[in-house]
Write a protein of this length. Structure first.
Length: 164
């Protein structure tokens, strides 16, 4: 091998361990979240996390108790039986508005209808969920998928499958 190629190889091999290490604090937070989810009481409901992006029709993410958020599904609520948590009267109280509950966590009762609904503003098809009722778990549950994620109000934190 030529001297410059050997030098380049040595530099790359020196930097590789730095690329593969993760922040130990992130690992601790991920493990704490895994443990909390594993200890959730089981039942015939879903855990829902409101995920609001203006002008979109989807409600947020649903998962079964004990499932990770990585297994959650982005949904649109069918509100024929019950209205979603942030639907307010036509004259809402000051400070309340559609999507005010972004990142709130709920216990959600209902079922997936088996249908998919197209959201033209996000250009994705998502499963329809017939909402029966809900209970607020917490308005401050923390991060959704990763401890270092940043919500910018314009896009999803992960690529959603375009379900048809």
């Amino acid at each position: 091998m030529s001297r410059p190629l050997l030098l380049l190889l040595a530099v790359v091999l020196t930097l590789l361990p730095a690329c593969s290490t993760t922040d130990p604090m992130l690992a601790v937070q991920l493990e704490a979240r895994r443990a909390a989810i594993a200890s959730e009481p089981r039942g015939d409901w879903f855990i829902g996390r409101r995920y609001h992006i203006p002008r979109t029709q989807f409600w947020g993410y649903l998962r079964r108790p004990g499932q990770s958020w990585d297994e959650s599904r982005l949904v649109i609520f069918n509100e024929h039986q019950a209205i979603q948590p942030d639907r307010l009267p036509e004259e809402p109280a000051a400070g309340n508005a559609y999507g005010y509950d972004h990142n709130y966590e709920y216990r959600i009762f209902g079922y997936f209808t088996g249908d998919t609904v197209y959201d033209p503003n996000s250009d994705i098809f998502v499963p329809e969920f017939k909402l029966a009722s809900y209970q607020l778990i917490t308005p401050t549950p923390g991060w959704l998928f990763k401890p270092n994620e940043r919500f910018d109000g314009r896009r999803l934190l992960r690529n959603e499958p375009n379900i048809r």
